[in-house]
Design a protein around this ligand. Structure first.
Ligand SMILES: NC(=O)c1ccc[n+]([C@@H]2O[C@H](COP(=O)([O-])OP(=O)(O)OC[C@H]3O[C@@H](n4cnc5c(N)ncnc54)[C@H](OP(=O)(O)O)[C@@H]3O)[C@@H](O)[C@H]2O)c1
Length: 426
């Protein structure tokens, strides 16, 4: 058996740089774990002249991805470029060349995972993607291994650490007495300055990143193929500092949660939206730029994974873990991946849950009809408060059906002109 594992790394940015660093720093450890030396043959980038956080020998640095993925002296291709194309095509071609592939790319795996997983199976090579969900947290490996003998009933996660950081910053700001209306913009700016959010933050703040991760997580937890578009998505851009202030007053936390559960009728419901959760919930403690995944299963009962969901070294930890797996078990098992099985999904409208509502109106008269409707539905209303822009009142409802309740709120908004902020409660 060969004593080396030869690598082509596509991308030397945050994650690629982190992988090169860990491969160097931990070479002795990796040898001890696998009996192999990991040799980097190619590092593919867009711009050869760009300064790099890690030193890369000029003879391995290249812009020629085709040569890297087809090189017969390469065993494993690590796709760490990001984006849908050319990443998807390069992964497909690398598999066709008989290479194992490791990727951190949630977009490609969420959108084209079925096709690529089947191709890897056909080619008798490994395709691993632990880093694509929640950075360093070994959740995908656990679901397919140590926890695989459990029937998972629910999986709830904070899978986007950027939005978790922003929400925490908003909370700090309103607690410090800063204006609630500026809280989101200020927190986003800080996240961008610290490198937690990109210049174009859409994928994080509109919930797309969490939606891709949810599709992958749900598929592996519930062994059912989950199309990305079946995952309900709502981001955090409509949240105000007032909502964070109210969360504190109500002894709750406000998080962007990824939630997947099997309904009693057998359908799977997967969703991403801002959620209020009680302080006693294990995910409440997942604060700032961290990720957390809490799950329930019929054997282990419940479990929390908590740690760095992003960043160079944390993400590299998951990529290198996949490399160890490839080094130890280079041949996939001969069976159809059970997570590709077709199954039914349920829309959010079928669920029932509790809601937090924050009503804002210019005067009492406008509020009255909304208040009466909520009262009739059994909601608990907090005393109204006068603010600079009108009157604000917060209500918490009992369990209500999503579809019926949202339709009722749409009608109430049109009828009364009252602004109604709605946040689901876990
Ligand atoms: N950053 C994180 O914390 C994190 C966490 C989990 C997962 N991920 C995932 O990891 C992947 C990489 O993210 P990243 O943050 O490391 O991105 P990044 O810092 O932007 O780095 C991307 C790298 O890929 C290279 N690249 C991009 N397009 C290319 C192309 N068409 N041809 C050749 N090289 C190309 C870039 O080359 P140049 O340097 O020359 O521009 C750069 O070195 C993404 O899928 C991301 O979703 C990231």
């Amino acid at each position: 058996m060969s004593k080396t594992l030869r690598l082509a790394i596509l991308g030397a940015g945050t994650v690629g740089g982190g992988v090169l660093t860990l491969l160097r720093e931990n070479a002795d450890l990796l040898y001890a774990q696998t009996g192999k030396q990991f040799v980097v043959r190619h590092v593919v980038v867009r711009d050869l002249s760009k300064p790099r956080a890690v030193s890369i020998a000029p003879q391995v640095l290249t812009t020629d991805a085709q040569r890297a993925i087809s090189d017969p002296r390469v065993d494993v291709v690590l796709e760490l470029m990001g984006g849908l194309e050319p990443a998807r095509t390069l992964i497909r071609e690398a598999l066709l060349h008989g290479k194992h592939v490791i990727t951190a790319n949630k977009l490609v795996i969420a959108v084209a995972g079925d096709e690529l997983i089947r191709l890897a199976q056909k080619q008798r090579v490994r395709l691993l993607y632990e880093a694509s969900v929640a950075g360093s947290l070994p959740i995908l490996t656990a679901l397919q291994g140590a926890l695989g003998g459990n029937r998972i009933t629910r999986i709830v996660g904070i899978v986007n650490s950027t939005t978790n950081f922003i929400l925490r910053e908003m909370e700090h700001a309103v607690e410090a007495g800063e204006p609630a209306e500026d809280a989101y913009a200020n927190a986003l700016r800080k996240a961008q300055e610290l490198g937690y959010a990109e210049a174009d933050p859409t994928s994080d703040v509109e919930g797309y990143d969490a939606q891709y991760k949810t599709a992958i997580l749900a598929r592996l937890a519930f062994l059912q193929y989950v199309p990305v578009e079946s995952v309900y998505r709502e981001g955090i851009t409509h949240l105000s500092g007032r909502d964070l202030l109210w969360a504190t007053r109500l002894q709750m936390g406000l998080k962007l949660l990824s939630i997947t559960e099997r309904l009693p009728d057998g359908r799977l419901c997967a969703r991403v939206h801002p959620t209020l959760l009680p302080r006693e919930h294990p995910l409440y403690a997942v604060r700032g730029a961290f990720s957390g995944i809490w799950l329930q299963g019929n054997g282990f009962q419940e479990m929390l994974f908590h740690g760095f969901g992003a960043g160079a070294r944390a993400t590299a930890s998951a990529v290198v873990g996949d490399l160890i797996e490839v080094a130890r078990h280079p041949r996939p098992l001969r069976f159809e991946d059970p997570s590709l099985r077709a199954g039914e999904t349920a829309p959010l409208e079928t669920l029932s849950m509790r809601y937090y509502l924050r009503l804002t109106a210019s005067d009492e008269t406008a509020l009255r009809l909304v208040r009466e409707t909520l009262h009739a539905l059994g909601a608990e209303l907090h005393p109204a408060e006068s603010l600079a822009n009108g009157i604000e009142q917060v209500a918490l409802t009992p369990m209500l059906n999503e579809g019926e309740f949202q339709a009722r709120l749409t009608a109430l908004r049109q009828q009364t002109g009252v602004q109604i902020q709605v946040i689901r409660v876990l």
